[in-house]
Design a protein around this ligand. Structure first.
Ligand SMILES: C[S@@+](CC[C@H](N)C(=O)[O-])C[C@H]1O[C@@H](n2cnc3c(N)ncnc32)[C@H](O)[C@@H]1O
Length: 219
């Protein structure tokens, strides 16, 4: 999958170059291209923002540099995403849907947002990462990219996707690793028993318990 990221702050995307996403790019499963929107400004000072018509706080990203930046990467099959508090709220299902595309374009807003006309010029989906307001779309883009990447074949093992939080509508059960005892705290006996049926049963019960405690709304 190719992912173009359009931003005024390319330096914010260094986390894409580590851990699992780095492995996925090294092996050719993912390809990231960070585009600096400022490079497309026709203003002699490369200005990309201006005051909102009608007054109000802050600055808005101007439509021209955004338009030309999108045009420079868009193809017939591109899906364009604008992270925004106005969008539908992101979840695993949306992430899985996005993982099916061959080409995604993330447009990162900043300041007070963007000139609304960009949404008339292109088919853009707005996605929110939650009911709060961040300073820009860079972190939300990374959250969305990180999450959808896990659904792409070869990025992580398919087994990892099977028994994790939200996969079956519940939160994940508690997990333990060696040592079997630490500071007097013992790993639940059933996990050391080797009895897979009993382990599965215990995990289902624990999943229900933690979901009931933290996320009644999922039940
Ligand atoms: C300070 S915010 C602008 C908020 C905007 N004035 C509003 O009230 O909806 C700047 C940019 O951060 C991004 N952003 C902020 N909160 C977000 C969220 N919860 N989900 C996704 N993107 C967000 C968007 O790209 C937004 O254009």
């Amino acid at each position: 999958m190719k992912i173009d990221i359009l931003t005024l702050f390319p330096e914010m995307f260094s986390p894409l170059n580590s851990s699992i996403l780095k492995r996925a790019t090294d092996s050719g499963i993912l390809e990231f291209n960070i585009v600096n929107i400022r490079d497309f400004s026709l203003d002699k000072h490369k200005k990309c923002d201006d005051y909102p018509f009608g007054g109000g706080a802050g600055m808005l990203m101007s439509v021209q540099p955004l338009y030309d930046a999108i045009k420079s990467v868009k193809t017939e099959n591109s899906k364009i995403i604008f992270p925004s508090p106005r969008g539908k709220v992101f979840n695993q299902k949306i992430a899985k849907g996005l993982s099916q595309f061959d080409h995604l374009i993330f447009v990162c807003g900043h300041y007070e947002g963007v000139d609304e006309r960009i949404f008339e010029l292109f088919d853009i989906e707005e996605i929110s990462i939650g009911d709060y307001v961040l300073t820009g779309g860079e972190l939300p883009s990374m959250v969305i990219i990180d999450t959808l990447s896990r659904f792409i074949n070869g990025v992580i093992s398919s087994e990892s996707l099977e028994n994790e939080s939200f996969s079956n509508g519940l939160l994940e059960y508690p997990q333990y690793t060696r040592p079997a005892e630490f500071m007097g705290l013992k790993v639940p006996e059933v996990l050391l028993s080797g009895n897979h049926q009993e382990v599965d049963k215990w995990r289902k019960e624990e999943s229900l318990k933690v979901t009931r405690k933290n996320r009644q709304d999922l039940l």
